[in-house]
Design a binder for this molecule. Structure first.
Ligand code: FES
Length: 154
């Protein structure tokens, strides 16, 4: 169930639009900000607040790769797997992260610290390989320098 705080935040966002359904993405973002991911119950609750069907809310949630419909760790690593990063060796970087974290792509470390995902181009092609951790972007990465990046996130 949505807390009163979350519900009020969503309602306040919905008031900014002529049709409250237009606040759907923002509602999903609000829930995720509070809970790190959006579960089925939250989808139903958002639908109720915004006068939408749960399927409509879920279709928005699953369209955007930054909305997580499964539990994620405290920090989400999104490794760019598009062409420039591929040309400059993102696969070596990804293999290192898989070994280092002991998880496959799509999984979360046992301590809940990291979730590892792939992403399409992050807009840093001239500084590939690149990845994002939460809202932070890192560029010109390799096996040697990625460790120092991970240390920023506990
Ligand atoms: S291809 Fe990786 S940032 Fe563009």
């Amino acid at each position: 169930m949505l807390t009163e705080e979350i519900k009020h935040e969503i309602e306040a966002e919905a008031e900014r639009f002529e049709r409250k359904q237009a606040a759907c993405i923002e509602a999903l973002r609000i829930v995720q900000m509070h809970r790190r991911w959006v579960d089925d119950e939250s989808v139903r609750d958002i639908a109720s607040v915004l006068d939408m069907s749960p399927d409509e809310v879920d279709s928005v949630a699953t369209f955007y790769n930054l909305i997580y419909r499964h539990p994620v760790g405290r920090h989400v690593i999104r490794v760019c797997a598009s062409v420039s990063c591929w040309l400059l060796g993102y696969e070596r970087l990804l293999d290192h992260l898989i070994q280092r974290l002991g998880i496959a792509v799509g999984e979360t470390t046992a301590d809940g610290r990291f979730t590892l995902l792939l992403n399409q181009c992050l807009g840093a092609c001239d500084h590939a390989p690149a990845l994002m951790i939460d809202q932070d972007q890192y560029q010109d990465l390799d096996v040697a320098n990625v460790e120092a990046v991970l240390e920023h996130y506990q």
